[in-house]
Design a protein around this ligand. Structure first.
Ligand SMILES: Cc1cc2nc3c(=O)[nH]c(=O)nc-3n(C[C@H](O)[C@H](O)[C@H](O)COP(=O)(O)OP(=O)(O)OC[C@H]3O[C@@H](n4cnc5c(N)ncnc54)[C@H](O)[C@@H]3O)c2cc1C
Length: 303
């Protein structure tokens, strides 16, 4: 299977972010492993709009016999889609970020599902130079920095901001990812890193074992920066490292309460992972007093 062949399939009106929604031809420019079962792919797409951290794209792959498969993937790095951004770094290292004249590029990070159709191809077989079709970026709610709506807009009639809360752009940020659900949250951490100042951002990642962690060195470095700009915490469901603060086990409501920015601080919370992970975490957050309008979720499928 490859991204070659296939014409363009415009779907007017389907773009939540506005603008063109055509399939665009892209090219894989680098691939790097993430943990035991994941892989980051950097894809260059001439004409791609600037993306926001938290958005996703649709990828379309075409087999030699014309069979096509389409899947959605969150962007784990959007900085290379903006002419003022930097990254994602190509295989040659951070110096290889595209210059102002280079085509836009983004990164996705995929977990291999052994019984899956598309993810094993992306994790085990896609290589630099491979063509791949891209549609997007998509999404306007699960994004950070958050969209600031006009206080008089219809959005605020339906979703009023909680009384006493800071503006969304000034609120502390709590990111909670399960497994591959960390992908769009890393894009948010990276977007935060471009800002000279900004709200506190906490990342909580739930993974099965230490080998399932992604972006470890980069997140450790962000966590080690002086100040409270970004803090990172790992929770292990099946096997914890010897120096872990907590034993392995699924997150519980009590553990979650202890780890996240308290509800009284009105954090913007972004939760991403499988359907069951997101349902459980979002429910506990609301039970603990987090305002439902401040809990933003992205579901990747699965149970
Ligand atoms: C908005 C959005 C963003 C996404 N972003 C990412 C991302 O950044 N990284 C990433 O790895 N995946 C992401 N996904 C999931 C991705 O779209 C695919 O569903 C996933 O890669 C499986 O595709 P597949 O063809 O390998 O498996 P399929 O052949 O489609 O399914 C194989 C089996 O896996 C189950 N399954 C499907 N998705 C999941 C899942 N996420 N977790 C567990 N089981 C599942 C199916 O029910 C089926 O039993 C995202 C999904 C959505 C909707």
């Amino acid at each position: 299977m490859s991204g070659a062949g296939a014409g363009t399939g415009a779907e007017p009106g389907a773009d939540a972010g506005g603008g063109s929604f055509d399939w665009l031809p892209g090219t894989v420019v680098s691939a790097s492993p993430q943990g035991a079962r994941g892989r980051s792919l950097v894809v260059e797409v001439p004409g791609l709009r600037t993306a926001r951290a938290g958005q996703h794209v649709d990828l379309r792959l075409t087999a030699d016999d014309g069979y096509q498969a389409t899947r959605s993937y969150s962007l784990s790095d959007v900085r290379g889609t903006s002419r003022s951004g930097a990254g994602p770094a190509a295989a040659a290292g951070p110096a290889a970020v595209p210059g102002p004249a280079a085509p836009p590029r983004f990164e996705i990070t995929v977990e291999r599902l052994d019984d899956g159709e598309v993810s094993p191809y992306l994790v085990d077989h896609a290589e630099p130079g491979d063509p791949i079709e891209v549609r997007g970026p998509i999404g306007g709610w699960f994004v950070w920095p958050p969209t600031e709506f006009d206080p008089d807009s219809a959005v605020h009639a339906v979703l009023p901001e909680p009384a006493g809360a800071p503006r969304p752009t000034e609120s502390p940020v709590q990111l909670i990812g399960g497994g591959s659900g960390i992908a769009p949250l890393v894009a948010m951490v990276r977007a935060r890193g471009l800002l000279p100042a900004g709200p506190e951002m906490r990342l909580l990642c739930s993974v099965r074992t230490p080998a399932d962690r992604w972006f470890v060195d980069e997140l450790d470095a962000a966590d080690a920066q002086p100040g409270d700009a970004v803090s990172v915490r790992w929770a292990y469901t099946r096997e914890a490292p010897a120096d872990a603060v907590e034993p392995a086990g699924r997150l519980t409501r009590a553990r979650l309460d202890a780890l996240v920015v308290p509800a009284e601080q009105h954090p913007l919370v972004y939760v991403c992972g499988t359907n069951s992970f997101v349902e459980a975490i979002a429910g506990w957050l609301v039970d603990a007093g987090h305002d439902p309008t401040r809990v933003r979720t992205e579901r990747f499928g699965g149970v």
